[in-house]
Structures are given as C-alpha cells and as structure tokens.
Design a protein around this ligand. Structure first.
Ligand SMILES: *Cc1c(COP(=O)(O)O)cnc(C)c1O
Length: 472
C-alpha cells in the first residue's frame, strides 16, 4: 500500500510537471518569465525627462495594457491564451533535430542539436511573439499597428499576425534591406501590410535625415523612431516591437519549453546553449527555461550559455553597459543595456536582423553578471559555416541564425580537440530561402569580412557620454 501511494505521488508529480508546461500536443500552456529569477533586480526603464522610472501609464500610448503588465510582471509562468495556442498549432511544436551528418563531417564526439523555428509561416521564430502581440492589441480594440523591420523577418511576422486578427499594419523597412531583400516585402504585402522604406518622407524624423543625407541606408534605430512617431500621432494605432523588451522575450520561451520536453524524449540535456543575438529574443526564448532549471536546482548539467553577434555590430563584446535610448530620434525610454550608441549606423551586412545598436536589458544584465558569455564573428566565416551546414544538414540558415551555426561548429571542434562528449544546442531561428541575394554575393566573392573599428566605437561612445546622451 505504502509503495502504491508513493508511486501515485510520483505519478502525480510527473503529470503536474508536464501540465505546467505542455499540452498533450506538445505546445506549451504557459510562457516562462525570467524576471523573478534574475541574479539581481533589472534596472528599470527611465523617463528621459525626469530621470525616474517610466510609469506604466506613459507606455500606454504605445502598447496595450496586457503587454505592459507582462513587461513588468513578476509572475513566473504566464498562461498562453487559447486563441494564441490555436494559431501556434499551425507550426508548433517545432522540431528539435540532431545534426548527425554535421557531427560526422566534423568528426566530433559532441552531439549537436538545433531547435528549428524556420518552419513557421514567415520562416523565423518571430511569429511566436507577433501572434501574441496582435491578439492582445485586437482584444483591447486597437485597429492598426506600426513597426520597423530590418531584413523583413519581423515585418513579415507581424503582417501575418495582423492579418489573422484583423488589424491593419504599417512596416517601416530599413532602406538597405528594402532594396537588397525584395522578397520579404512581397510576403508582407500579400498579408496586407503597407511597407515603407526608412528613412522615409512619411514622418518629420525621416524627412530630416533624408535632407541631410539622401543616401542614408537606414538603421533599425531610425525605423523605430518613425514607427513610434506614427503610433503616437494616430488614433487607435499602437506600436509593436519584435525584440529587446521583456514581453517579447517571454513569448519566445515556447522554444525552450518545448526543447526541454524534446530532450527528455531522447534522454539528453544540453551542456551549452548557443544563439545569435540581434536584440536577444530568439536566444533568450531558447535558453531561459534551461536557466530556470539551473537556478531552481533542476538542471541535469551545469549548462552554459553563449550569445553570438556580428563583428560589424558588436554590441555585447565591444559596447558599453549604460542607459541609452532604444531609437535614433530618442523617443523611447532609456534602457540599461550594452550599446554602441543610439546613433550607431552599422555597415550594411547581410544579417539585417543583427544590426541593432543595443540588446535586451535582461540579456545584458546576464552578460554583465557572467551568466552568459558572448562572442563575435565576421560575415565571411559565418557564411562558410552556413554553407557547411547546408551541405551536411540540407537546411539553408538565415544569415542571422548562421552566426549560431558558426559558434556551434567551433564548440564541436573544441570538443574534438579535448575529447569531450558534450551536448550542444543551438537556435536555428530561421531559414535563409529569402536571403538568396546574400548567398549569391557570398559565392561570387562579393562579401567583406567586416569588423567595426574599435576606436570608432569608443569615439562615438565618448562623444555621447560627454553630450549627456548616454548615462552610466
Ligand atoms: C530577427 C532575427 C534574429 C535576431 O533577433 P533576436 O531578437 O536576437 O532573435 C535572429 N534570427 C532570425 C532568423 C531573425 O529573424
């Protein structure tokens, strides 16, 4: 009897554990929020006018109430609305795949797994949050969303999500990508969105920039300013951000929560988790649930975390940890983050989604505390890694995701040298089938191994500090 009771208790606990995270169909019921588990409280966003923490009411012009609530929530598990899970069912759960042929090619004793979110309708992890954001906006009576996009991944994800929930959508697309990457523009338009190259003449901010420099290639910082301006100056219009903010990263945790269950099925557990970082949403979405295991004493291994960025936009590896604006025109609150300066215009590399001057404050805090490590690569070595991955595994990575592929390969080679049988997990956040121009430039030898000069970065940061446009 006693044994039987023990067994029942065990079974109940096992079932409980499952119910907390996943439905029978493998799709999470809750998102995980890291805020209560950070090593120290997150420095709050500051109002640039007062220097005080921003009041939630001030954010209400930009975001619906529920997203503001999630942004500051200390609730560890946030229920996913059934309407959102219904849409997730179109492509979730996404596969966790072991890269056996890549392992063989490298001759590594390491096991390499990737979580592949390129199977979503827009081809990346971004709809995980776009769908949730469109849903909450629609539920609160918003009629139109504005946003910015780099390579077009976020723009297409939000266009898709807006279409599903009957919202209008206007996307400011960084000009260099608008010209280099014509096909995601087509996706956005097919989903009914209105796509405008930024800087544009639609807003006074864009017009001013174009007057000074008609050839300005644009940047995410400028496009964010334009999208915010539009949202603030129009009725029933709100703004939507595809990375950086807490609520965005929270929605992305469906990836890590699914991956944890999938690892149980193959009786394995990662030693290291790797992700490319533009603002930090895909990487955080994958590693947060494992970080939770670690801080709550549930982790099977002492898992470590590695962020990967381009040498052309080396925020975590060469930036300063300071309060900076999220956009070029300084319309946003100040965020404590690693930054290259809000006026930073990165060179037009092909990984458009990694060209942001800052990163998510949660990720920056974890890097600052040494919980997450960071490494930077130039685009030639990244495209070489993407090519090898395509040849061995048959999936063409998004240029952004290819940064994680490169780091995973380097770790696997290191395991070979040391004879270590580690388990490597990386995020294949998207496919690269709309980035053929980038791959064409690569095979035709037109890419430069660009690294942003460190002295130029220092100089820009010093100038901003002395003008009091950046605060320690
Ligand atoms: C946007 C994007 C990224 C970078 O953004 P994060 O917020 O850092 O994830 C990475 N991979 C893909 C495929 C993207 O579209």
């Amino acid at each position: 009897m006693f044994i039987y009771m023990l067994f029942c208790i065990f079974l109940f606990m096992a079932v409980q554990e499952r119910v907390v995270y996943l439905d029978g169909d493998g799709i999470p019921r809750y998102w995980y929020n890291i805020l209560p588990d950070l090593p120290e409280p997150l420095p709050p966003p500051l109002d640039p006018e007062t220097g005080e923490p921003v009041s939630p009411e001030k954010l209400a012009v930009l975001f619906p109430r529920e997203l503001i609530r999630q942004e500051v929530s200390e609730e560890r598990f946030i229920p996913i609305p059934e309407e959102v899970r219904e849409v997730y069912r179109l492509w979730r759960p996404t596969p966790l795949i072991r890269a056996v042929r890549l392992e063989k090619f490298l001759g590594t004793p390491a096991r390499i797994y990737f979580k592949y979110d390129g199977v979503s309708p827009p081809g990346s992890h971004k709809p995980n949050t776009a769908v949730a954001q469109a849903y909450y906006n629609a539920r609160e009576g918003v009629e139109r969303l504005t946003t910015e996009t780099g390579a077009g991944q976020w723009g297409s994800a939000l266009s898709f999500a807006c279409h599903l929930f009957g919202l209008n959508c206007r996307v400011f697309m960084v000009r260099v990508s608008y010209e280099q990457k014509p096909f995601r523009k087509v996706l956005m338009r097919l989903w009914g969105a209105d796509v405008i190259p930024s800087p544009s003449r639609v807003t006074p901010i864009g017009s001013r920039i174009l007057e000074e420099d008609p050839e300005n290639p644009g940047s995410l910082g400028i496009a964010i300013s334009e999208a915010i301006y539009e949202a603030v100056s129009n009725e029933n219009t709100k703004y939507s951000l595809g990375s950086v903010l807490n609520h965005v990263l929270i929605h992305q945790t469906v990836m890590g929560l699914e991956a944890k269950e999938q690892f149980k099925l193959v009786e394995d557990y990662p030693d290291i988790i790797i992700g490319a970082v533009g603002g930090g949403s895909s990487f955080s979405g994958l590693f947060w649930p494992f970080y939770y295991d670690k801080v709550s004493g549930r982790a099977e291994k002492d898992v470590s975390f590695l962020a990967v960025e381009p040498k052309a936009c080396p925020t975590l590896t060469k930036g300063i940890y300071a309060y900076d604006y999220g956009d070029t025109a300084r319309l946003t609150p100040l965020l404590k983050m690693y930054t290259l300066g809000h006026n930073f215009i990165p060179p037009p590399i092909h990984a458009g989604g990694l060209r942001y001057h800052g990163d998510a404050p949660t990720l920056c805090l974890l890097v600052r505390k040494g919980v997450v490590n960071a490494v930077a690569y130039d685009q030639i070595e990244v495209f070489e890694a993407a090519k090898l991955f395509f040849q061995t595994e048959g999936i063409l990575p998004a240029p952004e995701s290819a940064h994680a592929v490169k780091a995973a390969i380097d770790k696997a080679i290191e395991c070979k040298r040391r004879g270590e049988e580690k388990t490597i997990l990386f995020s294949l956040s998207g496919h690269g089938y709309f980035d053929m121009k980038a791959y064409q430039d690569f095979i035709e030898g037109r890419l430069e191994p660009f690294a942003y000069p460190e002295d130029k970065i220092r100089e820009n940061i010093e100038t901003l500090l002395s003008k009091k446009l950046l605060f320690r």
